[in-house]
Design a protein. Structure first.
Length: 141
């Protein structure tokens, strides 16, 4: 997606947590605690990945996109399909997307990545920005 920026990847945090689970220092009941709403969002709005659950190793993980932003108003906090994100990015200046992986079998869940979408901040080339500034200055001055 062209407008994707300010990406924060949580892979290191995920790996550290799984290391704790595999060593027995953290119980599976502490990490397999997805809410019924998250599991339902995975079922209806999520996208199945090719990766198996790192805890139960039986089910494929599902990725759920949650959107947040002031411009979204009542849509903020909703789960959306990836296809909808591209459309929303053309309409809104900026909003954050949180991608959560969920196992619908054992209820493992973890934040995968957070990024910002929207047409604001796409940035034009320096030359185009300079020309736009000069035009505005010419009109105003």
């Amino acid at each position: 997606m062209r407008t994707r920026r300010l990406v924060v990847d949580y892979a290191l945090q995920r790996r550290a947590l799984l290391r704790e689970v595999y060593s027995g220092r953290v119980g599976t009941s502490e990490v397999c605690d997805a809410s019924p709403y998250l599991v339902s969002a995975a079922k209806y709005h999520g996208e199945m990945s090719d990766v198996h659950c790192p805890v139960c190793r039986r089910e494929n993980l599902w990725h759920v996109n949650y959107i947040y932003g002031d411009e979204l108003r009542s849509s903020a906090g909703q789960a959306r399909a990836s296809a909808e994100l591209a459309t929303l990015a053309t309409i809104h200046d900026a909003f954050d997307v949180y991608v959560v992986e969920v196992c619908r079998g054992c209820f493992w869940n973890h934040l995968v990545v957070k990024f910002t979408l929207g047409h604001d901040g796409l940035g034009t080339s320096d030359e185009e920005s300079t020309r736009a500034t000069v035009r505005r200055a010419g009109r105003d001055g």
